[in-house]
Design a binder for this molecule. Structure first.
Ligand SMILES: Nc1ncnc2c1ncn2[C@@H]1O[C@H](COP(=O)(O)OP(=O)(O)OP(=O)(O)O)[C@@H](O)[C@H]1O
Length: 325
């Protein structure tokens, strides 16, 4: 309030950081001049290998730790200064929910709801039941939380974050440690929440997870932002690889090379390579295919593999994605 609007579109950003930096006391630079812009309504994936600074960033966004330099705005308000005003509009799940194992899932939620002085005790039961319904735990609501699977615990944590209507959900590695079924459940839930108009910001070290659920992503490496944008644009920025399935790999490689395909890799009955840069338009794949056939190459499969976020990461950092933390 009262502050001049520096960006005309600032109101459309639920998270915005400028030069956000964290150096821990031991001197570890965990987050280095981060400029993040999370549009309202997006499912925003915060992607990076372990140790790349995701949790540190999230802790600063939520006002749990102070930045060493730079700043963050959450729902348009400066953090941590406006924490008391902003945080009630934000649901968060970080480092697994704190639950009492000896209480039922439902009673855990009742406790969470009662801990919030702004809630009306008369409508508590309705809120709790609705949240349980929301995450698909209604049938297991009376079970003790210690009997819950990890996925159920994670869903209960989400239910706690959903006791109030939220504009933004911040989830730190929400599928970490879950089995494939548990992961699917959380992903489905995230999609549903986004469908209702909640902006979801989630961190993950899993590329395919981000590609499956997110509309936007930011990629981190060693505390720095590598890139951010829509998932479609990030992948489109990287050329796909041509893949030819054939028993005649040597001939195929020769013909492809003649057509400007580079970085050829010959594996068992498969030749892959980078397509030439599209000077004046994309290469004519039909012509490449016809040339293979003209040279007597028996082509079983022919196509371009879509670039993945992993390709984007490797191309931008020159590192594999599994960088040690
Ligand atoms: N409290 C702390 N004190 C000192 N260094 C820390 C602290 N917390 C994190 N770090 C270091 O800061 C860097 C970033 O860690 P952070 O936990 O933010 O990364 P991350 O991307 O969330 O990884 P992970 O998925 O493993 O949590 C790491 O090198 C980590 O060792």
């Amino acid at each position: 309030m009262g502050e001049p609007m520096t960006q005309p579109s600032a109101g459309d950003r639920v998270i915005e950081t400028r030069g956000l930096t964290k150096t821990y006391r031991g001197g570890q630079l965990a987050v280095d001049r981060l400029d993040l812009a999370v549009p309202r309504g997006s499912v925003f994936g915060f992607l990076g290998p372990n140790g790349s600074g995701k949790t540190t960033t999230i802790r600063m966004l939520l006002g749990l730790i102070e930045p060493s330099a730079g700043g963050a705005r959450l729902l348009g308000e400066p953090m941590p200064r406006a924490a008391r005003r902003v945080l009630p509009r934000v649901g968060a799940l970080i480092e697994g929910p704190a639950l009492y194992g000896f209480l039922s899932g439902r009673d855990n939620l009742v406790r969470y709801d009662a801990a919030d002085p702004a809630t009306d005790p008369r409508t508590r039961a309705r809120r709790v039941d609705h949240a349980l319904e929301r995450v698909g735990l209604a049938a297991a609501a009376r079970k003790k939380a210690r009997a819950y699977s990890l996925g159920m615990k994670q869903r209960l944590g989400l239910a706690a974050a959903l006791l109030q209507p939220r504009e933004l959900l911040v989830l730190d590695e929400p599928t970490n440690g879950l089995d494939p079924q548990g992961m699917r459940e959380i992903r489905t839930l995230v999609r549903e929440l986004a469908g209702d108009g909640t902006t979801v910001f989630l961190s993950s070290h899993l590329l395919d997870e981000i590609e499956q659920v997110c509309t936007h992503a930011a990629v981190m490496a060693r505390g720095r932002l590598v890139t951010q944008g829509t998932v479609a644009a990030l992948s489109a920025g990287t050329r796909g690889r041509l893949v030819v399935g054939t028993p005649d790999t040597a001939d195929a490689a020769r013909v492809l090379k003649e057509h400007g395909v580079t970085d050829l890799v010959v594996a068992q009955e498969r030749v892959t390579g980078d397509l030439p840069a599209p000077a004046g338009g994309p290469p004519d794949l039909a012509e490449v295919n016809a040339a293979l056939v003209r040279s007597g190459v028996r082509v079983r499969a022919f196509g371009v593999e879509r670039a993945s976020l992993e390709d984007v990461f490797v191309q931008l950092t020159g590192e594999g994605f599994d960088v040690a933390g």
